[in-house]
Design a protein around this ligand. Structure first.
Ligand code: NAP
Ligand code: GDD
Length: 392
């Protein structure tokens, strides 16, 4: 009897919570803009979610099921229990390779908010260029067909929704002119870049054929303290910070001569938002207009850490960097060379400056400084925990 009573009380609380959540969502959605982000757990997705929440949006993010909680670490500080009042960020399990899950997510948003998203940002991708040579089919499915799946769902369910496609400077590949603008022809050199060219073109096609507000941001490399650790900038800042505290001996790199136009992700997600605030959909190149080599990034990071490092002067696989104590701290491993290499990328962001009023705030040196400081702090904590363990 008592058990039955407790059960009904419990059911009543759950019912109240569901009603409360839906009511809260409904009133919020009526007043606020709603955005859906694919790739919300990635570097850009996390900064974009922050930006949209600060602007008062309701934010939905597609996340993939994982056996660990680690994949949401970049957005954990934003997530709230959905039953808490004031929650404005929500996760739906879905995958860009699974059309049904994309459609289900749109229908769930409609059910919960009684309207469809105002904006969709398609940031989900297998975004590592070298790995795309190992997994070309999976990469093309996520990056290329994934964009088409999103556009098809929009055409069928919410043709009024504005769509942002995360296009990439990697599409310029073996560059035909320097700097690269919206008019520069694509010349892709990797499975990832080929898939991004398809996604770019299909976005343009849906815009022209069906009148969908679909835009491409052609973004040059952008990094941050949240950059994945197997991209070259973060590999260097994290690696050198750990070496400086004795947590690792050396790092292995590939081509040091590649040049990239590196900016900060926070600036670049602002450009994404500006692109979708325009009355007319269009395509925009987003970059800093400065290029630097991997070697320069390595040397700048060492400078930030106060490490005095010098090359042994050899070229290619025999090159090494040596510290003031004669210790080798950087070696070249051909494993990190690519079957085809994009040697140089440099943006001409004039159109974005003129039409969007967009300009990057963070340039090369400050980027290296921010990333290095962040990774040094992480390494300090790691070293502290390691020493504590030893003294037990
Ligand atoms: P990222 O850190 O690698 O994040 C990629 C995101 O995509 C993650 O949330 C990942 O989820 C998700 N994802 C992977 N496979 C998926 C699938 N099958 N279905 C749904 N989601 C999937 O990339 P990023 O640096 O933030 O870049 C964001 C977007 O901009 C990407 O499309 C990238 O190609 C493009 N882009 C990046 C740059 C740059 O320099 N960062 C430049 C130009 C264009 P998990 O967390 O579960 O892995
Ligand atoms: N990852 C990596 N690891 N790259 C290395 C290494 C290494 O050990 N050593 C040298 N490099 C060189 C690469 O060969 C490349 O020329 C350059 O460093 C940059 O590599 P990544 O940081 O992996 O970035 P990416 O330029 O290939 O691709 C990034 O930018 C694209 C936009 O141009 C990714 O974010 C892509 O998703 C994005 O589209």
């Amino acid at each position: 009897m008592e058990k039955e009573f407790l059960k009904s009380i419990f059911e009543l609380i759950l019912f109240k919570q569901t009603i409360f959540k839906n009511l809260h969502l409904l009133t919020s959605a009526m007043e606020k803009k709603t955005a859906l982000i694919t790739g919300i757990t990635g570097q850009d997705g996390s900064y974009l979610a922050e930006l949209l929440l600060n602007k008062g949006y309701l934010v939905y993010g597609l996340v993939r099921r994982s056996s660990t909680e680690a994949t949401t670490e970049r957005i954990d500080h934003l997530l709230k229990d959905v039953h808490e009042s004031g929650a404005r960020i929500f996760r739906h399990y879905a995958d860009l390779t699974d059309t049904d899950s994309i459609i289900s997510s749109l229908m769930k948003i409609k059910e919960e908010t009684k309207k469809l998203p105002d904006e969709i940002y398609n940031l989900g991708a297998q975004s590592h260029v070298r790995i795309s040579f190992d997994t070309p089919i999976d990469t093309s499915d996520i990056v290329g067909l994934g964009a088409l799946r999103m556009l098809r769902a929009i055409k069928l369910i919410c043709p009024e929704t504005k769509f942002y496609q995360a296009s990439s400077s990697e599409m310029f590949g073996d560059v035909i002119e320097t700097p690269q603008s919206e008019k520069t022809p694509f010349n892709p050199l990797s499975p990832y870049a080929c898939a991004k060219v398809f996604a770019f073109n299909i976005t343009k096609m849906y815009r022209n054929a069906y009148g969908i507000h679909a835009s491409n941001g052609i973004l040059f490399n952008h990094e941050s303290e949240r950059r994945g650790v197997n991209f070259v900038t973060r590999k260097i800042t994290r690696g050198l910070a750990r070496i400086s505290l004795g947590l690792q001996d050396k790092i292995f790199l590939g081509n040091l001569e590649s040049e990239r136009d590196w900016g900060h992700s926070k600036d670049f997600v602002n450009a994404m938002w500006l692109i979708l605030q325009q009355d007319k959909p269009d395509d925009y190149v987003i970059g800093t207009g400065e290029k630097h080599s991997v070697r320069e990034f390595l040397e700048e990071t060492a400078k930030c850490l106060g490490m005095n490092i010098n090359s042994n002067g050899e070229k290619g696989v025999n090159e090494k960097y040596i510290d003031e104590n004669g210790k080798v701290i950087v070696e070249i491993d051909p494993h990190f060379f690519r079957p085809l290499e994009v040697k140089t990328l440099l943006a001409n962001p004039e159109k974005a400056k003129k039409i969007l009023g967009w300009e990057p705030k963070i340039k090369f040196k400050e980027l290296a400084q921010l990333m290095t400081e962040h990774d040094f702090k992480l390494a300090e904590t790691e070293a502290y925990l390691k020493n504590r363990k030893r003294s037990w």
